[in-house]
Design a protein around this ligand. Structure first.
Ligand code: 5GP
Length: 138
């Protein structure tokens, strides 16, 4: 399968669609998931174009992983989460719904079950506050 340059994350990367941005550099964009599975669910989107892990350039993967770690640490500080889950889906049968490579960092809170993947939309004001808090902890 080939990369579709009109996918929703490509449009967000180009600034054609809005997002609750946490951080951006030449390697990646970090933003809040608008259908979070828990409070603080964050996405790291490498700027290099690939559908997912399977067609990604190894150099792009190597470049983005330190940022994934930074975001995970900041997220734990900002949300007070008890743990974090790092998730990445490859192709629709595995649960992928947006076909531009991205990493989910999902806070886990003791005793709180995770919501459904790509479930219900979060409140924009709450996402804006979270994006600011996570950015401050980066
Ligand atoms: P995937 O299933 O491809 O691994 O994950 C796509 C993620 O993107 C889902 O968790 C879904 O909630 C999230 N998502 C879908 N559309 C948008 C959007 O327009 N903006 C943001 N910030 N997240 C989105």
């Amino acid at each position: 399968m080939s990369y579709d340059p009109d996918n929703i994350f490509a449009k967000i990367l180009k600034g054609e669609l809005p997002c609750h941005k946490v951080y951006e550099d030449e390697i990646a964009l970090v933003m809040m998931d608008i259908f979070p599975q828990s409070r603080g669910h964050t996405l790291i989107i490498p700027k290099a174009a690939s559908r997912n892990l399977l067609d990604a350039d190894p150099a792009a993967l190597a470049a983005v992983m330190p940022l994934v770690q930074r975001v995970a640490r900041a997220l734990k500080t900002a949300t007070g989460a008890d743990g974090l889950r790092l998730v990445q889906f490859n192709e629709a049968p595995a649960g992928q719904t947006v076909f531009h490579l991205h990493f989910h960092v999902i806070p886990i809170y003791d005793g709180v079950p995770l919501g459904a993947h790509a479930g219900s939309k979060a409140d924009d004001a709450e996402l804006a506050v979270l994006a600011k808090d996570i950015a401050a902890a980066l």
